[in-house]
Design a protein around this ligand. Structure first.
Ligand SMILES: Cc1cc2nc3c(=O)[nH]c(=O)nc-3n(C[C@H](O)[C@H](O)[C@H](O)COP(=O)(O)OP(=O)(O)OC[C@H]3O[C@@H](n4cnc5c(N)ncnc54)[C@H](O)[C@@H]3O)c2cc1C
Length: 486
């Protein structure tokens, strides 16, 4: 279609198909496309995914060749189809994809395959639809998305322009923002790794280098496990403001425990109190905190809706560091590598921030300001790795197409600055908070509205919901088109 108002060049195939353009083909974009192509007739919609990577569905998380990188959620909970939670586990069985990975099964009996294997699984679902032409994969980076008549023009770095009726933004994770002081002084240093998620990012680090890791979450855990596997023996200091380290999984799978949405909770203080109470009660029944936080996670959409905007902001400021390390757990194999490193004195985890950086006798001298007024510690390093995670707070400045949409008032950051503002239908909200026709936010960038939308089970559910909204729109358009043709 894409020519509803005559102002607009159709998808140049002259058909009445609705053109859906998905910007970003990581797991979210790949899953939205998969649902659309699986459920819509080919003559109803043209589905185009813009994604520079070779395969759809992998994205930043699963497009990694490092064998140490493992999924951090048991395989039985990771699926492209939320209706079939064990789809991935069944695929693993059917394909023998773990035959070369004896360590995939952890002591708790659950499978934590390599992340690249999950990427292959998603590709095995989406790829055949690409081959059949039901999904078009344009390996291009989108440079601009502009409103035109009743639709959108999408322009890529490679000079392609596509007219679309519906656009889905699924670009999710921007690069991390290195602390300014580190970046300004260490820029250009061969062992300053500003983004540890770039392929081969750790290659320049030598076996006995003393390494400073800035950040203590999942990426930090990946980095330390990868260095260990590569034979690194040097000292590693990992810092974060609170010195909290990502937690592991419970020794056995448990059902979520606790009710946090029956009685509305309107403040962070009350929420924290209820969580603490629930953890105490759970312990009586030999149920660990993991089950309580799983219950909180499952109820976050309801909890989040009940919190006033100011309380949401407070949650991001004060609760998030605690939430992140308890909610996003590391795979047991990675946890084991970290535990060993702590035990043998190679890894030192500190609650500290960088106070000063300089060069000293060819090494990187860092003054670490310890939390809680415990003074300053001076250490010399050979390498510095930033693992502070994607800089979602600056998402609108992270890419030209987003900054232009924001400058035109078509999108804006959500009030908690977790991503892009959208309504409960995942439709983008303009500067005046009105839903924007034909523009959807899919995946983690919609977190500000839904509260918790980062782990794969939730992202998978959201992709299906967004696809469902689009399918309803396409069906409506198609019905209107056939009515006017009749
Ligand atoms: C390193 C890492 C590991 C993770 N591991 C797990 C895990 O084990 N289990 C779990 O449950 N969750 C995990 N997560 C959480 C993760 O958010 C989700 O599981 C999911 O992968 C999110 O996928 P996505 O497609 O939304 O985002 P992304 O993976 O960020 O994909 C976005 C895609 O958009 C593309 N893109 C960006 N800009 C443009 C543009 N302008 N034009 C075209 N394409 C563009 C990028 O190339 C990228 O492929 C992990 C997250 C990270 C960052």
């Amino acid at each position: 279609m894409a020519a509803k108002n005559g102002a607009f060049d159709p998808a140049s195939d002259g058909s009445s198909r609705t053109v859906v353009a998905i910007v970003g083909g990581g797991f979210t974009g790949g899953a939205v496309a998969w649902h659309l192509a699986s459920r819509l007739p080919a003559d109803a919609a043209r589905i185009v995914v813009f994604e520079p990577r070779e395969r759809l569905g992998a994205g930043l998380a699963y497009d990694t060749s490092d064998p140490v990188h493992r999924i951090n959620v048991p395989a039985v909970k990771m699926s492209i189809d939320p209706a079939l939670p064990e789809h991935f586990a069944a695929w693993l069985d059917a394909t023998g994809a773990l035959s070369d990975d004896p360590d995939a099964r952890a002591d708790d009996g659950e499978l934590y395959p390599r992340r690249q294997v999950f990427g292959r699984y998603v590709d095995a679902q989406v790829g055949p639809l690409v081959v059949k032409g039901l999904i078009e994969h344009h390996r291009q980076h989108v440079a601009a998305v502009e409103r035109a008549g009743g639709g959108w023009y999408i322009t890529t770095d490679g000079g392609e322009t596509l007219a679309a009726d519906i656009v889905v933004i699924a670009t999710s994770h921007p690069s991390p923002a290195a602390p300014k002081m580190l970046a300004s002084i260490l820029e250009g240093h061969p062992r300053f790794v500003a983004d540890a998620t770039v392929p081969n990012a750790l290659k320049s680090i030598r076996r006995d280098d003393a390494v400073l890791v800035v950040g203590n979450g999942l990426t930090s855990a990946d980095v330390i496990a990868s260095l260990t596997a590569a034979g690194h023996t040097g000292a590693v200091t990992a810092i974060s403001r609170r010195g909290l380290r990502s937690r592991g999984h419970a020794p056995r799978l448990q059902e979520p425990h606790g009710d946090f949405s029956g009685r509305p909770i309107r403040s962070i203080r009350l929420l924290t109190r209820r969580i603490r109470e629930a953890i105490r009660q759970a312990a009586v029944f030999d149920v660990s905190w993991h089950a309580v936080l799983d219950a909180v996670r499952a109820q976050v959409p309801a909890i989040w809706q009940n919190l006033p905007v100011e309380e949401r902001r407070r949650a991001v400021r004060h609760l998030r560091p605690f939430w992140d390390v308890h909610r996003f757990r590391i795979a047991p194999q990675v946890e084991h590598a970290l535990d060993e490193a702590v035990l043998n004195g190679r890894l030192d985890i500190l609650a500290a921030s960088v106070a000063a950086v300089s060069y000293h006798e060819g090494r990187i001298r860092v003054a670490l300001k310890l939390a809680h007024g415990r003074g300053t510690r001076i250490r010399d390093f050979d390498a510095v790795v930033v693992t502070t995670g994607p800089a979602h707070g600056g998402i609108l400045d992270s890419q030209s197409f987003l900054s232009h949409l924001a400058a035109d008032g078509i999108i804006h950051a959500d009030p908690a600055r977790l991503g892009i503002a959208c309504d409960m239908d995942s439709q983008a909200l303009d500067r005046a908070n009105r839903p924007v026709d034909g523009l959807y936010i899919a995946g983690p960038l919609a977190r500000g509205t839904f509260g918790e939308l980062m782990g794969l089970p939730q992202v998978s559910e959201h992709a299906k919901t967004v696809a469902g909204r689009i399918i309803a729109l396409v069906e409506k358009e198609q019905a209107a088109a056939s009515f006017s043709a009749a």
